[in-house]
Design a protein around this ligand. Structure first.
Ligand SMILES: [Zn+2]
Length: 187
């Protein structure tokens, strides 16, 4: 929650900064005091690196954040992942109508690899996704079978691009239903 302008609280809210706070918060704050103002902390000093478990790619659909957090909690991943949200999740990365969004995903993934050393990308597409309808037509998600086939095709293309760009990263691809259950789709 970004409900305060206090630097210390803001730093605690940023996952990028957590390791720095864990290993040297007093030192950083002491440095800030020595400089005369905490705002003088160089930005790179606040954006310290750490080791996290995954980058999560989700859609922007408002019906899913609560279930997504519950799912990540069920996997003991709360506080251990970074997140990118784009309409359609992996559809945004592979479908032509959204091609101008692709660099945002790849560049954020690169940033998370550099900052958080994530070894894995977890993709959570979801059922009844409007972006799927825009990209592939209403029939592509008209039935559960059609929806499964559409997302399997998307996941296959996403995995192929991941293999090309980041062959060392693991990839998990799942499809979340409105009740929060997730069907995993392997390669
Ligand atoms: Zn969606």
């Amino acid at each position: 929650m970004w409900t305060t302008t206090n630097l210390t609280d803001a730093m605690q809210s940023c996952a990028c900064c957590t390791p720095a706070l864990q290993i040297g918060r007093r030192g950083l704050l002491g440095l800030a005091g020595a400089l005369g103002a905490s705002a003088m902390l160089p930005r790179f000093a606040r954006a310290a690196s750490g080791h996290y478990d995954a980058l999560l790619l989700t859609c922007i659909d408002p019906r899913f954040p609560a279930n997504t957090i519950a799912y990540m909690r069920s996997r003991d991943l709360i506080g251990k992942y970074s997140q990118v949200s784009l309409a359609g999740a992996s559809i945004a990365v592979v479908a032509d109508p959204f091609k101008s969004w692709r660099p945002a995903f790849w560049e954020n993934l690169s940033a998370s690899i550099s900052l958080h050393h994530v070894p894995k990308v977890i993709v959570l597409n979801h059922r009844e996704c409007g972006a799927a309808g825009i990209a592939y037509g209403a029939d592509s998600i008209a039935t559960k079978e059609a929806e499964n086939a559409t997302h399997m095709k998307v996941f296959a293309e996403f995995r192929a691009q991941m293999k090309e760009k980041h062959a060392d990263l693991q990839v998990e691809t799942g499809l979340m239903a409105l009740d929060g259950t997730v069907d995993m789709f392997t390669a």
